[in-house]
Design a protein. Structure first.
Length: 131
């Protein structure tokens, strides 16, 4: 998985210049995308037909020298069931309560959902490197 969006990158860079960090999000949501998500949020295309964003919590960050700092999903998440076939899901995003993308990344393999299918993600299977 990838890491910070442009929004978060700019907040950190401005903090280094002495600008206060924005207020922490009051809620996080996991979202799917049928297109690769760019740092600026372009390319973010959510499925329709039985899809909704899911509230989520992230783990405490863990750091490994050379590998960076990682957070993962605390709970499992199940999207769907699809009420119409979804285009292949190729990326995920973590959004704040206002819908701003904070973290994003590509899946190792696309996931598809036919009518009636659900897309599950187990505990800790969504990993975001925040370096």
């Amino acid at each position: 998985m990838s890491g910070f969006s442009r929004t978060v990158q700019l907040a950190v860079a401005n903090w280094l210049r002495g600008t206060p960090m924005p207020t922490a999000p009051t809620g996080l949501y996991l979202a799917l995308s049928t297109s690769i998500i760019n740092d600026d949020g372009t390319g973010f295309v959510e499925p329709t037909a039985g899809y909704t964003r899911i509230p989520m919590t992230l783990t405490t960050p863990t750091h490994s020298e050379g590998a960076g700092t990682v957070v993962r999903n605390v709970s499992g998440a199940v999207f769907g069931p699809a009420t119409a076939a979804w285009a292949a899901v190729v990326a995920v995003a973590v959004l704040d309560q206002a819908g701003n993308i904070l973290l994003k990344g590509s899946l190792t393999a696309p996931k598809t959902a036919a009518i009636g299918d659900a897309l599950p993600f187990g505990i800790g299977t969504l990993e975001f490197n925040v370096r």
